[in-house]
Design a protein around this ligand. Structure first.
Ligand SMILES: C[S@@+](CC[C@H](N)C(=O)[O-])C[C@H]1O[C@@H](n2cnc3c(N)ncnc32)[C@H](O)[C@@H]1O
Length: 280
């Protein structure tokens, strides 16, 4: 794990993401002394309550992070990553960054040898996303956002480089106007009008393996996206909705939870058309 936080879980299952360097933590169950304690131990508060000191997962980071817009849920992110077969070493272009939830999962899927270039048209959202990406070890502290900063801000040359993937590049830009990258493996779009990005996606994608996924909340948007994909020769086009039901298992019995998320959005996946072979 390369997170910039550690996590305490109290006896009620309540989770607290805290700074790696924090030495004392307190809540209504008492104060715990964390000095010299490493993740993987149980610590007791002065009131005698147990806390688990563990490493957070990316799921924990995303759940607790600051949000500027609605983020994609793990069920939808899982479907996008698995259906597109996103793997180590690939280059992914994403838009819009929003709060960076999808970015965090994409960056972890492509790993140290891959990269995610994430476009956001609103600088104020990109700045909040940068903080979230920083906590997840995906961008350096105050890393330059292309199109917004001249260079990395607050560069502290004496600070030690902490472990991280650092494989995310943030850009300010409107992808309906164009995508600068070429030979891209995957494009993922979570924005209201993906059909306006399809012609640019076609140009940017690698013709041997280029794939695209779009996420939209309304069926009309999904239909318009599929029409644009067809018009631009994309193939293997599929649209999905992903429903998840939690199962409650207790002494009384086993049953689905009475609450569930009824709707989030429609995911469309497709592959870019290969090029015509040049006749010699
Ligand atoms: C629903 S949010 C994305 C949430 C993100 N997937 C997450 O998990 O945190 C949509 C974002 O796309 C941005 N956006 C909309 N149209 C855009 C465009 N044409 N180019 C770049 N960003 C765009 C919006 O400003 C907004 O931040």
């Amino acid at each position: 794990m390369m997170m910039k936080k550690k996590m305490l879980v109290d006896e009620r299952g309540k989770k607290y993401l805290i700074d790696k360097k924090l030495e004392r933590f307190g809540n209504d169950l008492g104060v715990v002394d964390l000095k010299g304690k490493k993740e993987g131990v149980i610590v007791k508060s002065h009131k005698g309550h147990e806390f688990y000191l563990v490493e957070p997962t990316i799921y924990d980071i995303v759940k607790k992070m600051k949000r500027t817009v609605t983020t994609l849920l793990p069920k939808d992110i899982g479907l996008i990553i698995t259906h597109l077969g996103i793997r180590e070493g690939e280059t992914v272009v994403e838009a819009g960054t929003g709060s960076g939830a999808l970015t965090i999962y994409l960056a972890n899927a492509v790993g140290k040898t891959g990269k995610v270039i994430t476009y956001e048209k609103r600088p104020e959202f990109a700045k909040v996303a940068r903080k979230n990406l920083e906590i997840a070890g995906l961008v350096r502290k105050n890393q330059k956002i292309i199109g917004l900063d001249e260079r990395d801000v607050d560069e502290d040359e004496n600070s030690e480089e902490e472990e991280g993937l650092y494989n995310v590049i943030q850009k300010i830009g409107d992808v309906t106007k164009g995508i600068e990258e070429k030979d891209v493996d995957v494009i993922v779009l979570d924005l209201p009008d993906p059909w306006n990005v399809v012609p640019h996606a076609k140009k940017a994608l690698n013709k041997a393996r280029g794939r695209i996924a779009t996420y939209v909340p309304y069926i009309e948007q999904a239909k318009k996206t599929v029409e644009a994909l067809k018009e631009h020769g994309f193939f293997d086009i599929h649209t999905y909705e992903c429903l998840v039901r939690e199962i409650e298992i207790s002494e009384k019995g086993v049953r689905p939870s009475t609450r569930m998320i009824g709707h989030t959005g429609y995911i469309t996946v497709a592959r870019v058309k290969p090029e015509e072979e040049n006749e010699e």
